[in-house]
Design a protein around this ligand. Structure first.
Ligand code: SAH
Length: 306
């Protein structure tokens, strides 16, 4: 199962126009600049209170680079200009990111990230794309077979686990403990340990069959925030949240930002209001998406998790 998901997504992100109206799904930073700006302000605020150290910006799975671009612009307000380090495996998306972030550097994994200086790490809709294993109620791992001209799963799903996600989370925690800094992780998923099958495929903004045309559809699974937080709690970092994306954006001041943007661009006021609702409303992305933060032991309390 995990090998199928890994291979399918590797091909998918390297070949398909995945993100945006003409792709298969739309992400928060593509809905509105307010999302990336508030992420940038969250980092900038922490960094100021940490004593304005030299540091690096790191983003995992940056897609079109929109979030990084909006966050870095917001950071410049307080004179924070960290070099941008992007963890991205897709050559096609790297080219896209280069358009918005001409002086960034790329990494295939976390191992090669700078080992000096604190890291300001962001990951939006990254963990949901990492491979999961699925098990039946006896704990038997499910496999994918080829039968009668199609892929089929070998049993009924009782639970999932994502060792790849735990590995990434452990590396983030170890880096923060060693180098200082903070991480903000946003994804859709659950706060309590959950049971059942959450693997899904989307194509052209609609749910699709995960066992048909692997590599042509986006495969994701709900992120188990309980397990992610657990991986970090075992390390020498502090864990904050998860809280819902809606709560977090409201606490971070999306209302004030929407108002300021609408004043500056009255012709776009209704579009800005609609974007805010889409990002924060419980019926849209506000409740399903969660925000989890990690901070180095020596760093201050982050905003948005009170
Ligand atoms: N964060 C962006 C894009 C989300 S799509 C946004 O919010 O719009 C998932 C991103 O993760 C893509 O950039 C994809 O290429 C990248 N990705 C998926 N699996 C990866 C892996 N194993 N290593 C590095 N990047 C990966």
């Amino acid at each position: 199962m995990a090998a199928y998901m890994e291979a399918a997504n590797r091909h998918y992100y390297s070949n398909r126009e995945s993100i945006g109206a003409t792709g298969d799904f739309t992400t928060a930073p593509e809905i509105s600049q307010m999302f990336g700006e508030l992420v940038g302000l969250w980092l900038a605020d922490l960094w100021q209170r940490a004593g304005r150290p030299d540091c690096h910006y790191v983003e995992l799975g940056p897609g079109h680079g929109t979030l990084a671009s909006d966050a870095l612009r917001a950071m410049r307000i307080v004179n924070l200009h960290p070099p941008a380090n992007l963890v991205e495996t897709s050559p096609m998306l790297r080219r896209r990111q280069a358009e918005l972030l001409p002086s960034c550097s790329w990494h295939a994994g976390l191992e090669t990230l700078p080992e000096e200086l604190p890291l300001l790490i962001v990951a939006n809709e990254f963990f949901d794309a990492l491979p999961v294993h699925q098990y039946d109620f006896r704990g038997e791992e499910l496999r994918i077979a080829w039968a009668n001209g199609r892929f089929v799963r070998t049993g009924e799903v009782d639970r999932e686990s994502s060792p790849a996600s735990i590995d990434v989370m452990s590396s983030i925690a170890d880096r923060l403990a060693l180098q200082g800094g903070a991480a903000l992780i946003v994804d859709y998923g659950h706060m309590e340990p959950a049971h059942g099958d959450t693997l899904q495929a989307v194509s052209s903004h609609a749910f699709a069959d995960p066992w048909v045309e692997p590599g042509e559809r986006d495969l994701t699974a709900h992120v188990d925030f309980h397990a992610l937080a657990g991986a970090a709690v075992d390390r020498a970092v502090r864990v904050h949240g998860p809280v819902s994306q809606g709560e977090w954006l409201e606490t971070m001041g999306i209302a004030a930002r929407a108002e300021a943007l609408s004043r500056a661009h009255p012709e776009r006021a209704s579009e800005i209001a609609a974007a805010r609702v889409r990002l924060t409303d419980a019926g849209a992305m506000g409740a399903l998406f969660k925000v989890l933060a990690l901070t180095a032991p020596s760093w201050p309390e982050p905003a948005g998790f009170e």
